[in-house]
Ligand binder design. Structure first.
Ligand SMILES: NC(=O)c1ccc[n+]([C@@H]2O[C@H](COP(=O)([O-])OP(=O)(O)OC[C@H]3O[C@@H](n4cnc5c(N)ncnc54)[C@H](O)[C@@H]3O)[C@@H](O)[C@H]2O)c1
Length: 448
């Protein structure tokens, strides 16, 4: 008689299909909270885990700390069973646990996986048979298989092992990168295909089943390392192309050619060209950081990722280039930067979002201050700004009505609610790093 092998994944698949599966999301930040809300909209009972008690309390009081997410969305999710907790013992009640914690760089530009390893160590004691654990944090290829799986196996008291096929007992592990582009509303999150790589076909299958409930398309790949590398390729592609246009911008300025006009013309080509735009430097939790995860890992294979290093070099010096241009522009008006009053417009790392992480504005402000300028800022998303991991500002938002008091206004973030014609009209001098003043002609605008 032919033996029928047991499919241990079928119960979880049924629970996912019937929405009985409980979903735990670890890390209630820019990635984890919207993901929790998507699952909640799909009628899953979701628990958000975070070690930041302020976030946990805000969420449980039906509030939000992310500008794009109104409190009403949290309250609607609460009605469908959403709650937040800092208590890891609740992990045992979850069927699926998705990890969305930070993956920053250390002071020496090396991967800092402490948030991921800390989270996995906290999950491990509560692991149970048949659970699915998915890592979404961006990281170097090998993290899931070489770091996450061993920590889960070593740390659980029941001696559970990763199940690499549907007949084996144990828990399932997969990696699925987050590909969201904050502030870009042109593509709905559901329409961004979800890449999934499992530790074995069973885990890939289960992770696919979970994500199919909230994404219109899933893209299975052969391993977690392939999925990890896919995310890095996407971000390195952006980083390198942004560096290319940042370098060409500097050349075009010397040649008196408007690079923005060049890009607009080039992008009329229906194939083989994708438009990237120059700016004051990279910002956010992804593009300035993720490529260095790969260059670090590459060293283990005696390999130098030269494109990443060169792009990093070009992009990192862009804030210095902006400050040089401010200095020269003031000079042409017979003023020194030292002692001049400079208003930086936009603190967020990109348009229309409330995220300061790695923002070039922070570096530009620091460089201007070091050179003796009296700097203030305006940003509708930040009424005040204190200090963070890499900056100490302790400033209040300066109202736009005070623009005429400043020797120079530097447009660093092109928020769409700014009235650029009015800004140019009132300012003594404008340095525009984003081409936000396109179409406005005035002698006191310097575009760089
Ligand atoms: N923000 C984006 O646009 C974006 C896009 C794609 C990918 N990613 C990646 O997603 C990951 C998360 O990024 P994010 O922007 O959401 O970060 P975030 O800083 O906004 O949120 C992370 C959350 O994790 C919490 N946290 C840290 N350690 C924890 C622990 N041990 N247990 C529970 N919670 C913990 C923090 O308190 C925070 O609330 C990163 O790897 C990032 O590279 C981010």
């Amino acid at each position: 008689m032919a033996s029928v092998s047991l499919d241990r994944t079928s119960e979880l698949k049924e629970r996912i299909a019937s929405r009985e599966a409980r979903i735990g999301i670890v890390g209630m930040g820019y990635v984890g909270l919207p993901l929790a809300l998507l699952f909640s909209e799909e009628r899953f009972r979701v628990t958000g885990f975070d070690i930041d008690y302020r976030k946990v309390n805000t969420l449980n009081q039906g509030g939000s700390y992310i500008v794009r997410i109104p409190g009403t969305e949290i309250q609607m999710a609460q009605q469908k069973g959403f709650s937040a907790t800092a208590d890891y013992s609740q992990i045992g009640r979850m069927d699926v646990v998705i990890i969305c914690v930070p993956t920053p760089l250390s002071e020496y530009h090396e991967p800092d996986l402490s948030y991921v390893t800390g989270t996995v160590r906290s999950i491990a004691p509560h692991l149970r048979e048949g659970q699915l654990i998915i890592l979404e944090s961006t990281t170097f290829p090998g993290t899931t298989d070489e770091i996450v799986v061993p920590l889960l196996e070593e740390g659980n008291p029941r001696g559970l092992r990763v199940a690499r096929d549907a007949a084996s007992s144990g828990f399932y592990v997969a990696f699925s990168p987050e590909r969201e582009d904050p502030g870009n509303d042109s593509v709905a999150r559901r329409d961004i295909p979800k890449v999934v790589g499992g530790c074995g076909a069973a885990a890939a299958d289960l992770a696919g089943a979970v994500y199919q409930t909230i994404f219109n398309r899933t893209v299975p790949v052969s391993s977690p390392a392939t999925a990890e590398m896919t995310k890095l390729l996407e971000n390195i592609y952006r980083c390198v192309n942004i560096a290319l246009v940042n370098e060409l911008k500097q050349l075009c300025m010397r040649m008196d050619i408007d690079l923005f006009e060049v890009i607009d013309a080039a992008k009329t080509k229906p194939f083989g060209f994708q438009a990237f735009y120059p700016g004051p430097g990279l910002g956010g939790h992804c593009i300035p950081i993720d490529p260095f995860y790969l260059s670090w890992k590459a060293k283990q294979f005696d390999f130098r990722t030269r494109f990443i290093e060169l792009a990093g070099e070009v992009n990192l010096q862009m804030p210095y280039f902006v400050v040089e241009n401010v200095m020269e522009a003031l000079n042409r008006q017979g003023k020194a930067l030292c002692g001049s009053r400079v208003l930086v417009l936009g603190l967020a790392y990109k348009r229309d979002i409330d995220d300061l992480r790695e923002s070039p504005s922070l570096t530009i402000i620091e460089l201007l201050q070091k050179r003796g300028a009296q700097v203030e800022y305006n940003d509708p998303f930040f009424p005040t700004v204190g200090q963070g991991r890499k900056y100490v500002l302790n400033m209040n938002n300066t109202p736009l009505e005070r623009i005429p008091e400043f020797d120079c206004v530097v447009i660093v973030t092109d928020h769409s609610q700014y009235d650029y014609a009015a800004i140019v009209d009132q300012a003594q001098l404008v340095v525009d790093t984003r081409n936000a003043t396109r179409g406005i002609s005035a002698d006191h605008i310097v575009r760089c």
